[in-house]
Design a protein around this ligand. Structure first.
Ligand SMILES: NC(=O)c1ccc[n+]([C@@H]2O[C@H](COP(=O)([O-])OP(=O)(O)OC[C@H]3O[C@@H](n4cnc5c(N)ncnc54)[C@H](O)[C@@H]3O)[C@@H](O)[C@H]2O)c1
Length: 359
């Protein structure tokens, strides 16, 4: 019989509850404990989740439960301290929400700490479990679009919400190649004060070691995806090759043109569909070290490094070579240099999300 892994989930907001429910509903896990800071929220979540052990103190709970998996789903400001709590709890795997960190320095600290402790990490770029995302990967990997020369991704949602999702899938569609250098530009200060602090608009080019070009944009100036109604899912990620292209729309299926003609199919980002296989791949990785989770922390680190390198390019100007060392927190540096000019929109559909944008 397969081993059942004990899990503690910290943070009982939207994503914490998604994770807790997915662990609870899988026979591969026991949801052994939950934690969040607000006692009333904690009691309400416990009632929904079969009354697991609970505490407002994540470390005390984890030390008592001794989980195999320490999972946390908190805002981007809470990362390194919870990674340290996960390591201290003795967990073999720490699963947490994107973005990996708030700065490159913090990401490097996280990577050092988990490597020193020999702990596996998984970061929630779970859109890739969507059937439409998978179909595009399958078409690209089959060779049907020929030699891939360009990968691209854009979203109207802002950077700290979506940039690392896009990079993660672009890297997947490009055989997980490393990036050698990037260059970027940004505009608009409105979202710097958000709890997902970001420029209103950012665009970058990525030169991958295999010669493939990456093009990425998030925020107010990114193109609309008129085929998709739901604003947060107006994202397009794909690859162009010597014989065609294949792309996924987060909220609107997939399409491809290859030498065999035009094809398209269904699919829409869905937490209900994506979370079960996402958590079950954690059990498989714990069962067997060679079955590495597709959302492993090392891959997420590389995507986050590309993101921070593009921010450094905005601040320092010019090309930025990877890998990056520690440095001034990129979002603070950006805040020093970003001009106080209203961002220009690409679509009226984005105006309510960027109220300071130019008319
Ligand atoms: N992967 C995805 O598809 C996806 C989708 C939405 C959000 N997210 C990410 O998930 C994370 C959480 O987002 P959310 O929408 O669930 O937020 P939320 O505000 O709904 O919930 C956050 C929870 O964390 C708790 N919390 C905050 N600071 C804490 C701390 N220091 N220690 C313990 N608990 C703490 C809060 O009390 C709250 O319960 C963010 O990083 C966000 O970017 C990912």
């Amino acid at each position: 019989m397969s081993k059942v892994y004990k899990v503690v989930v910290v943070g009982m907001g939207k994503r914490g509850k998604h994770h807790a429910a997915a662990f609870k509903n899988s026979p591969r896990f026991e949801l052994a404990g939950i934690s969040t800071r607000d006692p009333a929220k904690l009691e309400a979540a416990a009632a929904e989740l079969g009354n697991p052990r609970r505490s407002t103190d994540p470390l005390a709970l984890a030390k008592e439960v001794r989980p195999d998996i320490f999972c946390f789903c908190t805002p981007p400001t809470a990362r390194l301290a919870l990674i340290k709590a996960g390591i201290e709890s003795g967990a073999e795997l720490i699963a947490y929400e994107k973005p990996v960190a708030l700065s490159m320095t913090e990401a490097i600290e996280i990577r050092k700490a988990v490597q020193a402790a020999g702990v596996k990490t998984v970061v929630s770029h779970q859109h890739r479990y969507g059937q439409h995302y998978q179909k595009v990967a399958e078409i690209i990997q089959s060779g049907a679009i020929g030699r891939v020369h360009t990968v691209y991704g854009h979203s109207v949602g802002w950077m700290l919400h979506l940039f690392t999702h896009l990079v993660d899938y672009m890297r997947w569609y490009n055989g997980n190649a490393d990036a050698e250098w990037v260059m970027g530009q940004a505009a608009g200060r409105g979202k710097l004060a958000d709890n997902h602090s970001s420029p209103d608009y950012i665009a970058g080019v990525i030169h991958f070691a295999n010669g493939v070009r990456g093009q990425i944009e998030t925020g107010a100036g990114a193109p609309d995806v008129p085929e998709v109604d739901y604003w947060w899912r107006k994202n397009r990620i794909g690859a162009q090759g010597s014989q065609g292209f294949a792309e996924v729309l987060t909220g609107g299926g997939w399409r491809a043109v290859t030498k065999d003609g035009v094809q398209s199919g269904e699919g829409c980002m869905s937490y209900d569909l994506d979370m079960p296989p996402y958590v079950e791949d954690m059990a498989r990785w714990l069962d067997d070290d060679v079955t590495i989770h597709p959302c492993n922390g090392e891959s997420a680190h590389k995507g986050f490094e590309i993101t921070m390198a593009i921010l450094r390019s905005v601040v320092e100007r010019g090309q930025i070579r990877l890998p990056l060392g520690p440095g001034e927190p990129e979002l603070e540096a950006l805040s020093r240099v970003l001009p106080d000019r209203p961002v220009l929109l690409s679509t009226e559909a984005s105006r309510k999300e960027y109220p300071g944008s130019a008319s």
